[in-house]
Design a protein around this ligand. Structure first.
Ligand SMILES: *Cc1c(COP(=O)(O)O)cnc(C)c1O
Length: 392
């Protein structure tokens, strides 16, 4: 493809650099002029104007114009309201109303009752091992035990929402969906945590569903193994709607937090160079044996806590983390290596959320930082620098 193309694009800065330094290293040496970066974007018409009309109106009012609809860089003008408590109050109320709207839909569509007063922590994207929905699921099990043991105190009530489709033949992906369904069942039937934890996996996640989910998120889960997510665009949709990112140094997450401020987001885990350095000697079983929390969480996959309907698919998940197979290493996506740092960050967001103005300020600064993530900007760069069809 590189040979017969005139440009090759990595779709986010880190991924373009990985292509040049590793994946397509020799091709880059042959044809350095062909390699360019055009970071992906999303359309603000769908992912703000259409799906979040209340937020869109507030933004138009605060900016004094609706120019953001065709020039998203206008959003930077929102930064001046970061300490305006009247604006932050309105932002909080809009999020609240969007959560209520989502809860109504989930009740009708999925038959699940959720409390819109909870913190909404959302991971919606295709089901893939590299995206690590399994790490999110394991973290919820650890939080569940932490609350029950009293190790986690003053936990802000949280709804953990998932949405994803798996390819029809992707057996392990379906096992992960089954596990999340089982975690939801166990948590939901435990009166001791009912007021603190909800877990839901919504059915038939698609763009229409995304248009309801994105405006209702407080926390955006973007937890791919560093170096595996070329860009991501769900991360942009959620940030544009005022969610903070709980994520790894991967894909466009890096550029989002660069624009919105690291202090307004929650970045955790190993970076791509650290993963590459660790890979040859990585021993997840050693983490399992030395860390009682990891061991307890993984043991729930095989000790009957959760019911896989006798398929053995939970044993397969357990083995994938601790044994691997002849064709791949155990825990090839480094879930256990990032486990503690992920949980630390997740509990930090949970604590920070209690400062409602402090948290809303982060949300507003994320919205204000989204100016460069418009598909208008991405397409303009393609037109000017790849296709050579600029109208100038
Ligand atoms: C945006 C979007 C995606 C891509 O999400 P990522 O988090 O970037 O993987 C997938 N599915 C739907 C329905 C979307 O709207």
């Amino acid at each position: 493809a590189v040979y017969v193309s005139h440009k090759t694009n990595g779709v986010a800065r880190i991924h373009t650099e990985i292509l040049k330094s590793h994946t397509l290293r020799e091709w880059y040496q042959l044809y350095p002029e062909r390699f360019v970066n055009k970071t992906n974007g999303i359309t603000q018409r769908r992912w703000l104007g259409l799906c979040n009309p209340a937020l869109a109106s507030m933004i138009t009012e605060l900016l004094g114009s609706d120019r953001w609809i065709t020039d998203l860089s206008e959003l930077a003008g929102l930064r001046r309201y970061a300490d305006d408590t009247a604006v932050l109050d309105r932002l909080i109320r809009i999020k609240q109303e969007n959560k209520r709207r989502l809860c109504e839909h989930i009740k009708r569509h999925d038959g699940i009752s959720l409390n819109p007063e909870f913190l909404f922590d959302i991971q919606v994207k295709r089901l893939h091992e590299y995206k690590r929905q399994l790490l999110n699921a394991l973290s919820i099990i650890d939080i569940y035990f932490g609350i029950k043991e009293g190790r986690i105190e003053n936990f802000t009530p949280t709804a953990f929402l998932f949405g994803a489709k798996a390819a029809p033949g992707y057996y392990r992906a379906k096992g992960i969906i089954k596990l999340i369904g089982e975690i939801a069942r166990v948590v939901d039937s435990d009166p001791g945590v009912k007021n603190l934890l909800s877990v839901a996996f919504v059915q038939n996640y698609n763009v229409s569903y995304a248009e309801l989910l994105m405006p209702a998120a407080d926390v955006s889960e973007q937890i791919s193994t560093a170096g595996t997510e070329a860009s991501g665009t769900g991360n942009m949709k959620l940030a544009l709607n005022g969610a903070v990112t709980l994520g790894t140094y991967d894909g466009a997450n890096i550029e989002i937090v660069e624009q919105a401020g690291e202090e307004n987001n929650y970045i955790f885990g190993l970076r791509v160079e650290e993963i590459d350095k660790l890979r040859p000697s990585y021993n997840p079983r050693q983490l399992y044996e030395s860390n009682p929390r990891i061991r307890r969480v993984l043991d729930t996959l095989i000790d009957g806590t959760f019911d896989d309907g006798g398929t053995g698919v939970f044993q397969d998940l357990y083995d994938s983390l601790l044994k691997g197979a002849s064709w791949h290493a155990p825990d090839q996506y480094f879930l256990l290596a990032d486990f503690e740092s992920y949980l630390d960050a997740k509990l930090r967001v949970n604590r920070d959320y209690r400062d409602r103005y402090g948290f809303a300020r982060k949300c507003l600064l994320n919205i204000a930082g989204c100016g460069m993530f418009s598909s208008d900007r991405a397409i303009k760069e393609y037109a000017d620098e790849i296709w050579g069809i600029s109208d100038q």
